[in-house]
Design a protein around this ligand. Structure first.
Ligand code: NAP
Length: 289
């Protein structure tokens, strides 16, 4: 049995699907009953419903599993304490393998949510657990949140410069690697940076999307204060707004650039390209053309 924590988000669902394809028995830790039901629909056998910040919940979830795939909710102010709770649960349950879903360049202190992941990685080194750390770049799938607006208004609105370059990765490639490290020997002690071959700016993104949707899209750079006002309206908390502001500022100054060779070696095939992602997304969303 493998436990996936924080399992009902897009990352956890992709990893559950990849593990189900490999006929693995999966337990998920989710926030509510609706999420448990949704995960059962993906083929997951067991679910624990609770709050990841509770040590008791973590202990209950970790009991009897051979491996944990730990995913912290995105931009959580509690990432370090949640990570510590997951590590303690794994230690007391005698879990054989702890895989941590980190991020590309957790070493960057200027991005608080990256830095919290670095601190969790550091705790893993001294935990005595057999560990593997995955460090994915930004997912291509992040674009799905903008897709409808993009193709209906012909604008891609971002709060950083249009030539800011980021190493994107397809989430299903990340999930394939997660399933590999959880089910095949030889990955303990490894830290894998996971980036696709596309290093893309918002300009590059609209170029590719324009090509597939058959109309000219453009990038709209919005002021960071305007982004913040709309993020607050959407209910983002103080920590999230501050961390994401810092992230956008860092992106604009330095980009976020990794290398695809580790991903390619682990997949034993070429990583999915951004053009393939756009083509499939467009084909799957005929309503927004
Ligand atoms: N997006 C990217 O490009 C990217 C790249 C690299 C790494 N990552 C990392 O990937 C991880 C997962 O991101 P994601 O966007 O897939 O996840 P997510 O959408 O934030 O999903 C997390 C899940 O955890 C649940 N949750 C939140 N607080 C909880 C709590 N206290 N107890 C139990 N469950 C709780 C959420 O449920 P509710 O909806 O009920 O809150 C949600 O189902 C993050 O750590 C992120 O940093 C993301």
């Amino acid at each position: 049995m493998i436990l996936i924590t924080g399992a009902a988000g897009k990352t956890g669902q992709a990893i559950a699907r990849a593990l189900c394809k490999r006929k693995q028995f999966i337990r998920v830790l989710v926030h509510n009953d609706k999420q448990a039901q949704m995960m059962r629909g993906l083929g997951v056998q067991e679910s624990i419903v609770g709050d990841m910040r509770s040590q008791e919940t973590m202990n209950q979830a970790a009991r009897g599993v051979r491996a944990i795939y730990h995913i912290c909710p995105n931009v959580s102010p509690d990432e370090l304490s949640i990570g510590q709770a997951a590590i303690r649960a794994a230690q007391s349950a005698g879990v054989g393998h702890f895989v941590y879903h980190s991020v590309l360049h957790p070493q960057v202190e200027a991005m608080p949510h990256h830095w919290q992941k670095m601190r969790v990685e550091e705790q893993l080194f001294t935990s005595g657990l057999a560990t593997t750390i995955l460090q994915p770049g930004p997912y291509m799938q992040n674009l799905l949140a903008y897709w409808h607006d993009m193709v209906t208004t012909a604008k891609y609105a971002v709060p950083y410069a249009a030539d800011t370059r980021l190493s994107h990765v397809h989430l299903d490639d990340v999930a394939d690697v997660a399933a590999t490290v959880l089910t095949e020997p030889g990955h303990q002690g490894a830290i894998y940076e996971l980036c696709g071959t596309d290093i893309l700016s918002p300009h590059d993104i609209v170029e590719t999307v324009s090509r597939y949707v058959g109309r000219r899209l453009r990038v709209e750079v919005i002021p960071i204060d305007q982004w913040e006002a709309s993020a607050r309206k959407r209910g983002l908390g103080v920590y999230q707004v501050q961390a994401l502001r810092q992230m956008f500022g860092y992106y604009e100054r330095y980009g976020l650039i990794g290398n695809a060779r580790v991903l390619q070696a682990l997949l034993q095939r070429a990583p999915t390209t951004f053009a393939q992602f756009v083509q499939r997304t467009y084909a799957a969303n005929p309503a927004v053309r």
